[in-house]
Design a protein around this ligand. Structure first.
Ligand code: PLP
Length: 320
């Protein structure tokens, strides 16, 4: 299991290549939620999501170990992050993406000089291919979440939040494979255990919710939630034990609640965030949190959304 010192080491290692992202507030949002809400803005991070933190920590370590090539299997933010970091350090990266990858996502990866290889439509097909290429090319496969360096890198958000929002009572974090929340849990619970950490999943991708209830890793079959960064089937072998040790609570949000939160943030705060991030705002807006009157930080994990999908996400929020 990773510890606070791993997260602190990651922070030093990635400091030059990542931003310390700002915190936003909205009086209206705080009123609606009955809590004082702070948004940690990783949609303004390099490459448009927090994934750069873990990817940078892992790739820099791989370089120190002599790697000359990296691969990843991802259709989204992780692929962009790995391509970006590899480009910064002038080593080639191959990103294995699904056959039906969107034009925008393919272009973003190519923009960072990443090589694209298309392979099937499921991660079950992509992952072995990315590992195979890594092996052939003397490279290192960079996993999306179930890896100590990835987890420690994502955890650097926790250290920043503790500094940026003094006396925070709670931090709300979305859960896909659990790399992000396991890093943040380690950073926060080993610095100040009185800060509560609450996970959020879409009702349609409740694998970690079920695992947390059952106290063991439980999988679900494929999911189509609009929160595409959270479409995992089960939590990771390394991430899940950290959740079991430290997580205070885990709440679920509906697709409609995600759309309403997305629309609110766009209309009122003028920020384009992605549906995976809107889950944390939704949890606060729709009274899923087990407290009121607290200082609450919602982690806005990313802002990468294909513009042609935005109109499907906009609904009347009835709250403005
Ligand atoms: C990857 C991702 C998540 C989930 O992170 P995990 O480490 O898989 O739990 C949440 N939001 C966005 C925008 C992501 O890209």
């Amino acid at each position: 299991m990773i510890s606070l010192s791993d997260v602190q080491a990651a922070r030093e290692r990635i400091a030059e290549i990542t931003y310390m992202t700002p915190i936003f507030t909205s009086t209206k949002l705080s009123q609606i939620c009955g809590n004082q809400i702070y948004l940690k803005s990783e949609h303004l991070q390099k490459t448009g999501s927090f994934k750069i933190r873990g990817a940078a920590n892992k790739v820099i370590q791989a370089l120190q170990d002599g790697a000359i090539y990296v691969t990843a299997a991802s259709s989204g933010n992780h692929g962009q992050a790995v391509a970006y970091i590899a480009d910064q350090y002038r080593i080639p990266a191959t990103i294995v993406v699904p056959d039906n990858v969107s034009f925008c996502k393919e272009n973003a990866i190519k923009g960072y000089n990443g090589h694209i290889e298309k392979c099937g439509t499921t991660s079950r097909e992509r992952l072995p291919r990315a590992m195979e290429i890594a092996k052939q090319e003397n490279g290192v496969y960079i996993p999306p979440y179930d890896d100590p360096y990835i987890m420690a890198g994502q955890g650097t958000i926790g250290l920043e939040v503790l500094e940026q929002v003094q006396d925070a009572d709670a931090v709300i974090v979305p859960i896909g494979g659990g790399g992000l929340i396991s890093g943040i849990l380690t950073a926060i619970k080993e610095s100040n255990p009185s800060v509560r950490v609450i996970g959020v999943e879409p009702q349609l991708a409740n694998d970690t919710f079920l695992s947390f209830q059952n106290k063991q890793i439980t999988s679900i079959s494929g999911t189509n939630t609009i929160a595409d960064g959270l479409r995992t089937n089960q939590p990771g072998d390394l991430t899940f034990p950290v959740l079991m040790k430290y997580l205070d609570d885990l709440v679920l949000v509906s697709e409609d609640e995600i759309r309403q939160a997305f629309s609110f943030v766009m209309e009122r705060m003028k920020q384009l965030i992605e549906p995976s991030s809107a889950t944390t705002v939704a949890a606060a807006m729709f009274n899923k949190l087990p407290f009121q009157g607290k200082k609450v930080v919602t982690v806005i994990t990313g802002g990468n959304v294909d513009l042609d999908k935005v109109s499907d996400l906009i609904v009347d929020t009835h709250m403005c």
